[in-house]
Unconditional design. Structure first.
Length: 78
């Protein structure tokens, strides 16, 4: 798995990272993923990209993450 890298030049400040970490941890807990698992890393990349694109509300990020997971699960069952 490749390391996470920012996909834009939008800086992430400590409070941004705190928000991202809370949302990431919650989704990992909901799905019982280890933080270094492949699904968690895919979600982490999506989460960073969504945040840098302007979705900074924790609830909206969590909803986006849940939608992302559902869409990936749906694709894997087809």
């Amino acid at each position: 798995m490749r390391p996470l890298q920012a996909s834009s030049d939008v800086p992430l400040f400590p409070e941004d990272l705190d928000t991202l970490q809370r949302v990431f941890d919650r989704l990992c807990n909901e799905h019982r993923w280890s933080r270094d698992s492949a699904p968690a890393q895919r979600y982490g990349r999506m989460l960073i990209e969504a945040y840098q694109a302007g979705t900074t509300n924790e609830l909206h990020l969590l909803m986006a993450g849940r939608s992302f997971v559902r869409s990936r699960e749906a694709r894997s069952t087809v």
